[in-house]
Design a protein around this ligand. Structure first.
Ligand SMILES: Cc1cc2nc3c(=O)[nH]c(=O)nc-3n(C[C@H](O)[C@H](O)[C@H](O)COP(=O)(O)O)c2cc1C
Length: 197
């Protein structure tokens, strides 16, 4: 019965494009203009996470910064899956390029976006967060992810473990295939968490 209910909810979410994995957020954090930034990684030609990042940044009036792997993953879906699997399951880091103009310590609130890869964050995101854990100390961090139907899986939990000294607000999962019909949910994701001063 519970399995039936859970399956039904997943299908409902896939077909309606609802955001997934939402948890209540107490009070939105007040942030001054120019003190929020959006950092993301996106791989697929559709750019689902890029779309989410740009929509969130537009709502915030913030800049976006893209994380890129030093050695890009294959453009072929199944080869990319094979390349990423051991990295994701082994929580390995993949080298990333320096991000022009980004000094995470200059911001009070950072939104970080990743596709769900093998149930967790994409390895270049794990690398960026690990490299910036000290810069993110004491800051508010808002995690969002897009996925192919698996929902949040381990993304939010594993992310929070990387930055134990940050104020990590409840992460949010979005269905990748319906992200472009989900602008209102992306905007609500922002306004639930931050209030521009
Ligand atoms: C290597 C790889 C692994 C993936 N693993 C999962 C997964 O475990 N669960 C899931 O729901 N979707 C998975 N997906 C689908 C992506 O999370 C989804 O298509 C996402 O929206 C893509 O975002 P992007 O367009 O920004 O790259 C995977 C995709 C790739 C390429």
């Amino acid at each position: 019965m519970n399995k039936l209910l859970a399956g039904g909810l997943i299908m409902f979410s896939i077909f309606t494009g609802c955001s997934q994995g939402s948890a209540p957020v107490e009070n939105p954090v007040a942030v001054e203009s120019g003190k929020a930034a959006v950092v993301y990684f996106s791989w697929s030609p559709d750019g689902n996470t890029r779309f989410a990042a740009e929509t969130i940044a537009a709502k915030l009036g913030a800049k976006t910064f893209e994380i890129k792997a030093e050695k890009p993953y294959s453009n072929d879906y199944s080869t990319c899956c094979d390349e990423a699997k051991p990295e994701c399951t082994g929580k390995q880091l993949r080298a990333i390029l320096p991000i022009d103009g980004l000094d995470a310590s200059q911001y009070d609130v950072i939104f970080v976006g990743t596709p769900n890869w093998w149930g967790t964050m994409a390895p270049p995101v794990r690398t960026w967060v690990t490299q910036n854990a000290t810069a993110l100390e004491g800051k508010t961090v808002c995690v969002f992810q897009t996925n192919g139907g698996g929902g949040m899986q381990r993304v939010g939990k594993e992310f929070a473990e990387l930055v134990p000294n940050s104020n990590v607000l409840p992460a949010q999962a979005f269905s990748g295939s319906s992200i472009r019909r989900n602008v209102a949910a992306l905007e609500k994701f922002v306004t639930d968490r931050v209030r521009m001063k």
